[in-house]
Design a protein around this ligand. Sequence first.
Ligand SMILES: *[C@@H]1O[C@H](CO)[C@@H](O)[C@H](O)[C@H]1NC(C)=O
Ligand SMILES: CC(=O)N[C@H]1CO[C@H](CO)[C@@H](O)[C@@H]1O
Length: 334
Amino acid sequence: MHLGNLILVASTAVLAVAAPNVEKKKRGPKKFQWFGVNESGAEFGNKAIPGQLNKDYVWPPSSTIDTLVNKGLNAFRVPIMMERIIPSKMTGGTNATYEQGMTTYINYITSKGAYAVLDPHNFGRYYDAVISDYAGFQAFWKTLATIYKDNSKVIFDCNNEPHDMGSASVPQLMQACIDGVRSAGATSQYIFVEGTSWSGAWTWVSAGNGNLASLTDPEDKIVYEMHQYLDTDGSGTSANCVSATIGSERLQAATAWLKSNGKKAILGEFAGGANTQCNDAVKDLLTYMTSNSDVWLGALWWGGGPWWGNYIYNMEPPSGTAYTSTLPLMLQIV
Ligand SMILES: *[C@@H]1O[C@H](CO)[C@@H](O)[C@H](O)[C@H]1NC(C)=O
Ligand SMILES: CC(=O)N[C@H]1CO[C@H](CO)[C@@H](O)[C@@H]1O
């Protein structure tokens, strides 16, 4: 998503007391390879760099991972801030405090058998400047991937939602990420690549992301990550959905592109409000995706995390509106 006002949520940290978890049965998604949630917090406070832990940003609670894994979710996208993990310049070293929090959280997720999607949530920018130093970006990824090179349950998500930088530069950015990851010796992991125009599925082809088909990976583990919201402007800022079938409609052109190019994808962000029309739209979206599971490998809801408060898409247990109303419907489909 690209229109959120983080200041609103970041100031109201709430200590949630997790309900005792009585559910014992574990299962992964049946039709998808991955189904899960974005777990926000470590990218919050975008005016505060480096920022202070638990004031400007937070690592989400491990109890949420337990709860959601027990419900059958198996993938958690973890947005981080590039400037916090590698602060001086992209070719520089890591900040030990942020790295330690990140690694504790990432390792917790993967120790539960789930996948952790490491997502520099930077919109193709570093310190607000569009990244055009591809060698620097490759070095950034080599440093980051080195930390997790032996953990095959970590997925590297090159960069969140590039936009307004011209579609021509995005393949270079994504290829630099792939090359950086592999040069770290991280050879077992999937790599998620995103496209311009906020990686929107509905604009994937029209915005010019077709040029990403030529990306190469010696390990052949590239997955195209697209995002799709169901409100009028597709920005994920309204609790209303356009119609009960808007999801499948918005995915059609991208699905055709994936099939004709022999590529696989994940819907790395999606959401709809907690109301009847959106519930129907979310079911339609997931049903369409599972019936095209030759190209759609999974979906990740936006968003979870401890600081969302009464956010319209809040997936945080025990009382987030999406957790109570939308998740049970989705679990019947995936
Ligand atoms: C590292 O980041 C933390 C916040 O995560 C910050 O408090 C600290 O000042 C940073 N350290 C350096 C050396 O920049
Ligand atoms: C909330 C939203 O609309 N978009 C944002 C999603 O949240 C992350 C931070 O958690 C932002 O970076 C996105 O812009």
